[in-house]
Design a protein. Structure first.
Length: 506
């Protein structure tokens, strides 16, 4: 068990906003890269999905109040408009789509445009976007003067869902800040998960740890790396196809260590996010590379930048390049330096803001990539040292098992209890249709009509959602978590629920 983390950004933020002194202590009161001219300004829009999902939610400065902390509309014409109150000089826009609020990236707006007007009736269109998949998009323009700004969503999601979901629509008076990028891992190879010997064709560069016969890698962040980490830090994962054309499970993680002490393969770690490789191989041209949508990591900003600890960031995965349909075998590749590698991963931390001092860098990792095989997943009771007595629960869970009837071919409802009291329920169901484009060698049955004939809890080429739940005041309490899995066991022999749980302190 490991203590390693700071404040969560989603379910907690609504609590954080209640007191300026709390914000300062949590490191959320940092200076934004540009003034948001639309913050709390008068908003209008198309008919809302629900009464608590009106236009004003997109201009309240928050994405962390749960699934209702957004503008949602299923109207035939979907639009969102803000009155800045007076003519302003505008240089950029930021749109925070469904994924920025913790919903599946499949709900991110696909096609949209942004218009500006001096009088609310005559409009120009400086921004038009097609085929977006990202959780957050930024749109710099040549400086223009306008009072009214309008977002028109023409294709609201990546698939067949008809609701537009906008967690925040920002209008800035200066261009967005430049990206600060920390390249943690650069095309590290993923060797076979069934091999019994260490790779002889690859030697990790100095400073890179390799574990589990070439399926796990970790690197320590330098002081210069930590200096680039900001309040809005996000995780950028890139898949580089090679010999294994099948979908494989992987995790991104971090480990906090005392200064000068290196972790081992058995050192507890905190899971950032799980993800699945697409169906691809090295002969697929542009589709041999998959850059996943940036995963928001702002809950971990203080932990990653902690000056008092050594922070190691890594990937745990593996491939199987000898599956019987090996892409290299089919092309006559015999060089073991190529043929033994299913694919490669790159991992980067990306920020645009500065880091605000005072964030709590501690997290209690309860489970990390744990293979659970019971309907009732009960953790031990864990203690914490939350500075302000407030906490958030982070949960990632998805079913695996490829045999007939295996849990990866279905979805379920998850019940979350803390200290015996019901905290939340959520469904693991996800529609994979929008991810087929990233899997040129994919199995169509996984992607097409998935929402009706083959709904599952993860998709090839996609991130597995990390869900956050507000624990409220945890001062003086130990935390014991129970997850109830809706699908009754026994399951097929290889079925399991890969589960990660952390208590985020603040």
């Amino acid at each position: 068990m490991q203590s390693t983390h700071h404040a969560s950004s989603r379910a907690r933020r609504i609590r954080w906003l209640q007191a300026a002194s709390v914000l300062t202590c949590l490191g959320l009161a940092g200076t934004a890269p540009a003034a948001n001219l639309a913050l709390n300004k008068a908003a209008t829009g198309s008919a809302a999905c629900n009464a608590n999902e009106g236009p004003a939610k997109a201009f309240n400065g928050s994405v962390g109040g749960g699934n209702s902390d957004k503008f949602c509309s299923s109207a035939s014409s979907k639009w969102l408009q803000v009155d800045l109150g007076a003519s302003k000089s505008i240089s950029s826009f930021t749109v925070k789509h469904a994924g920025s609020g913790g919903e599946p990236a499949a709900f991110n707006s696909k096609n949209f445009n942004i218009q500006i007007s001096a009088n609310g009736s005559s409009w120009t269109t400086p921004v038009t976007v097609s085929n977006n998949t990202a959780n957050t998009t930024t749109h710099p323009i040549a400086a223009a003067t306008a009072r009214y700004v309008r977002l028109n969503i023409t294709t609201p999601t990546q698939g067949s869902d008809s609701a537009a979901r906008i967690y925040e629509f920002e209008v800035h008076d200066t261009p967005p800040a430049a990206e600060k990028l920390v390249q943690v891992l650069d095309q590290v190879p993923q060797f076979g998960i069934y091999r019994s010997t260490e790779p002889t064709t690859y030697t990790p560069p100095t400073g890179l740890l390799m574990w589990k016969r070439g399926t796990e890698f970790a690197r320590k962040l330098s002081d210069a790396d930590k200096a680039k980490i900001g309040d809005d830090v996000a995780l950028r994962i890139t898949y580089h196809a090679q010999c294994d054309p099948y979908d494989r499970f992987a995790s991104a993680f971090y480990i906090s260590m005392p200064k000068g002490v290196a972790p081992t393969v058995d050192t507890p770690r905190v899971t950032f996010t799980d993800f699945i490789s697409p169906f691809s191989d090295m002969w697929q041209g542009a589709k041999a590379t998959r850059v996943y949508p940036d995963a928001p990591m702002d809950p971990y900003a203080a932990a990653l930048a902690n000056p008092d600890r050594d922070i190691w960031v890594g990937i745990s995965g593996g491939s199987n390049p000898q599956y019987g349909d090996d892409a290299c075998e089919n092309h006559g590749v015999t060089d073991p330096a190529i043929a033994e590698v299913g694919f490669k991963y790159s991992l980067a931390l990306v920020s645009t803001k500065a880091l605000t001092a005072g964030g709590d860098p501690d997290v209690v990792s309860v489970l990390s990539r744990s293979s659970e095989k019971d309907d009732n997943i009960a953790t031990p009771a864990v203690s914490h040292s939350a500075n302000l007595g407030i906490g958030t629960l982070a949960v990632s869970i998805a079913g695996y098992g490829a045999a007939s009837g295996g849990q990866e071919y279905t979805n379920t409802n998850i019940s979350v209890k803390v200290n015996g009291a019901q905290l939340a329920n959520f469904s693991t169901k996800i529609d994979c249709a929008s991810y087929e484009q990233f899997s040129p060698r994919g199995n169509p049955g996984i992607f097409r009509n998935n929402n009706s004939s083959n709904p599952r809890s993860w998709c090839p080429g996609a991130l597995v959602p990390m869900r956050y739940f507000d624990l409220g005041n945890i001062a003086g309490k130990t935390i014991q978590v129970t997850l109830g899995v809706g699908n009754p066991s026994p399951w097929t022999v290889d079925s399991q629920y890969v589960t990660s749980i952390s208590v985020l302190e603040h």
